[in-house]
Design a protein around this ligand. Structure first.
Ligand code: HEM
Length: 242
């Protein structure tokens, strides 16, 4: 008997994907709140996939591929920034009801978000000690902390090319050197996540004001401080030396 051709739904495994959202019978907005978080996690997954490819491309000296992947990363981050506005359709009153059901769960514990940070180059020492996560999530994060980040591979690339002085390269009015072109694509990614952080904190302020977060942080003031967490501080700082 001939095997039936896969349908659109089969290809996309929609049975599993669409059975995911959790609903809370008491709060209308819960379905929306959880589904939007899941949509963000899918976008984080795309970013991780493309960043893995970027790191491999830089290690292989294939700058065109690396820049191509980073362009996609930034375009996804632009979508993420826009997507935050959808959460502002949750009224503060409705969120106040919903947060009673969240316990200590928070985006603070998004392991994929931490993986994006680590894979880019931001590896905070106490990360494993401070996060609540499953055993499988811990193993993923341990792997990310151990493996070379994009920043590490960028440094190796520079070394292979005789350690050119970045400040000198940046004096060129148009970035033509491959190292500078890559550095600017990396900065686009760093900026994309920072824009997301800034948009997220503004939304949080609108929804919960200055109350503490469900994850145990001070909330808005903690999130404002995270906007200073750059992946590639050296690339931001060298501008002042031109
Ligand atoms: C009404 C919606 C939301 C509110 C009120 C909110 C609130 C917060 C607060 C207060 C924090 C600080 C940590 C803590 O909980 O103490 C936080 C962190 C975070 N949230 Fe949200 N959030 C919302 C939606 C989202 C969504 C949809 C995502 C997407 C996955 C998300 C991702 C994150 C991430 C990644 C962090 C950690 C930031 C960091 O530590 O660098 N949040 N959120």
């Amino acid at each position: 008997m001939a095997v039936p051709e896969p349908t659109y739904g089969d290809f996309l495994r929609l049975d599993s994907l669409l059975s995911l959202p959790r609903e809370s019978p008491d709060v209308h907005d819960a379905h929306f709140f959880f589904t939007v978080h899941q949509a963000f996690e899918l976008l984080f997954k795309i970013i991780l996939y493309e960043l893995d490819a970027t790191v491999a491309a830089v290690a292989a000296d294939d700058i065109a591929v690396a820049v191509h992947c980073l362009r996609r990363v930034r375009s996804v981050e632009d979508v993420m920034v826009e997507q935050v506005a959808t959460l502002e359709t949750i009224s503060p009153g409705s969120y106040a009801l919903m947060r009673r059901t969240l316990g200590g769960a928070s985006g603070l514990q998004s392991v994929q978000f931490r993986e994006i940070e680590c894979l880019s180059g931001l590896k905070r020492k106490n990360l494993l000690a401070t996060l609540r996560m499953s055993g499988a999530e811990r193993r993923r994060l341990e792997r990310r902390l151990a493996e070379p980040s994009l920043w590490d591979e960028f440094q190796r690339l520079r070394a292979r090319r005789g350690n050119p002085d970045l400040v000198k390269l940046y004096r060129s009015k148009v970035p033509v050197d491959e190292v500078t072109v890559l550095a600017e694509a990396m900065l686009d990614h760093d900026e994309g996540i920072t824009m997301w952080r800034a948009r997220h904190v503004l939304m949080v302020e609108r929804v919960i004001g200055n109350s503490a977060g469900t994850g145990g942080s001070s909330g808005v003031s903690y999130l404002r401080a995270t906007c200073e967490r750059h992946f590639f501080p050296e690339l931001w700082e060298l501008r002042a030396e031109l």
